[in-house]
Design a protein around this ligand. Sequence first.
Ligand SMILES: [Mg+2]
Length: 122
Amino acid sequence: MENFNIKILVVDDSSTMRRIIKNVLIKLGYKNIVESDDGLNAWEKFQKDKFDIVLTDWNMPTPGLDLVHKIRFKNKDIPIIMITTEGGKREVIIALKAGVNNYIVKPFTPIILKEKLKEILI
Ligand SMILES: [Mg+2]
């Protein structure tokens, strides 16, 4: 059974992309969504609040990969999905090594996000 009350942190420096991701999440039934426009800002939010999953972009002033390293140092278990234009094999490997649980390459369809979430949350 899916828990639609989980708290999701969406990190992307593009407000358009955050809106797209948020709209998909809302359509899927999730309501508890917090946005952040940069890795640094997201890290501050992460330290103050309790999240159940993090969806993060890679390319931001403070990169998503730095955020992943910091989160993993503090929390080994929280699921992290990277949503990025960096679709190369090398980047995927780097992200997975940093502790990302799943990887989505932009542009993506709502179905892809749904499936990746399902793989992690169920
Ligand atoms: Mg970006």
